[in-house]
Design a protein around this ligand. Structure first.
Ligand SMILES: [Zn+2]
Ligand SMILES: [Zn+2]
Length: 159
């Protein structure tokens, strides 16, 4: 799918679900990996991740487009356009947009990794779980600022 096709798609969704035209630019951005889309408050342009389309298909991508259009129209109408705003939440529900600028699978995968290490405070004994090995010298205890040491949790990858 080309940027031009995306532009037409966004314009169509805008008229159909919001009853207002989308008069700015919508483009694909291959560097968008963490989120499905982005809305720029300065330029009013929208970017959509092509990975989103590849991973979830057109139906899910249209929900992302609706999500970004909620930011867009509310911002232009000078209403609450941020995720936490009641205006945003209500409009998103009305048009059936995706709840979040959806996370792509690679990111979810990373989050599901088990904890393999813990940092233990030498001073107060507070423990901090870590998924990857880190250098304990680079951190201090969040509670007492004490020095930390790292311990393996010894969880085998497969039982
Ligand atoms: Zn958003
Ligand atoms: Zn401590």
């Amino acid at each position: 799918m080309t940027d031009e096709m995306l532009q037409q798609w966004v314009e169509r969704v805008s008229l159909q679900f919001f009853g207002r035209p989308f008069i700015h630019k919508a483009t694909f951005n291959g560097r968008l990996k963490a989120t499905g889309g982005r809305y720029f408050t300065k330029s009013h342009n929208i970017e959509i991740s092509p990975h989103q389309l590849a991973a979830f298909g057109e139906e899910e991508t249209e929900k992302i487009i609706k999500h970004e259009l909620c930011h867009y129209h509310l911002h232009l109408m000078r209403r609450g356009y941020r995720h936490r705003d009641a205006d945003f939440k209500l409009l998103l529900k009305q048009v059936g947009g995706s709840r979040y600028c959806r996370t792509l699978p690679e990111r979810e995968e990373r989050r599901r990794l088990p904890y393999k290490y813990k940092l233990v405070c030498r001073n107060c004994g507070m423990e901090y779980l870590r998924k990857r090995k880190v250098d304990p010298a680079k951190y201090v205890c969040g509670k007492c600022r004490g020095k930390l040491l790292i311990k393996s949790l010894d969880i085998p990858d497969r039982p």
